[in-house]
Ligand binder design. Sequence first.
Ligand code: ADP
Ligand code: MG
Length: 193
Amino acid sequence: MALVLSCQGLSAQFGALPLFEDIALSISDGDRVGLIGPNGSGKSTLLEILAGIRRADSGTVAARKGARLGYVAQNVTFPPGLPVRQVLEQALPAGVDRDAAIPMALGQAGFENGDAMAETLSGGWKRRLAIACALVGNPDILLLDEPTNHLDLDGILWLERLLRSASFARPTSCSCVSSPAPLAALRLSRATS
Ligand SMILES: Nc1ncnc2c1ncn2[C@@H]1O[C@H](COP(=O)(O)OP(=O)(O)O)[C@@H](O)[C@H]1O
Ligand SMILES: [Mg+2]
């Protein structure tokens, strides 16, 4: 499978203490990678660096030329006064047919219509909307930070189905982050099926 995102020698620190050092990672089409670590171990920081919204203290991140990257942050917020439909429209890349893409994205996320104000949604529906915004750009790689936060059981099953069908429909890499175990440091784990 072709490489879509890689990093070498990534290090980050806040203040005197290093958060992580010398991380190397390669993600290819179709890979599913779990990033696991306790609170404060640097999962969100690493994902922000991979997503290009934060600079590492050292090291490099390289994405395949033209690769589309989707990213859903740990904390999801939307500007006031925007209906769901408009939030999705703003996430659409240029040149995509909005008349086809928006109803599909609404249906995929489970919204009956796009009229609700995004800022008034529950935490779980905000999370669904944020994931739908990332998917509407048809990403080659999807970075999800604590994607099950605020999702109820239905929401978690929805996310599972979505990620499974996405990886079948096209090569998609998903970095899912959670902190279920008291590990000493960040761990990376690749799903094999
Ligand atoms: N901008 C910042 N300035 C100072 N410290 C930060 C900043 N961002 C994160 N941290 C600290 O870095 C550590 C790792 O944060 P984070 O990447 O959010 O960890 P995780 O996602 O694993 O819980 C935490 O101790 C956090 O307080
Ligand atoms: Mg985090």
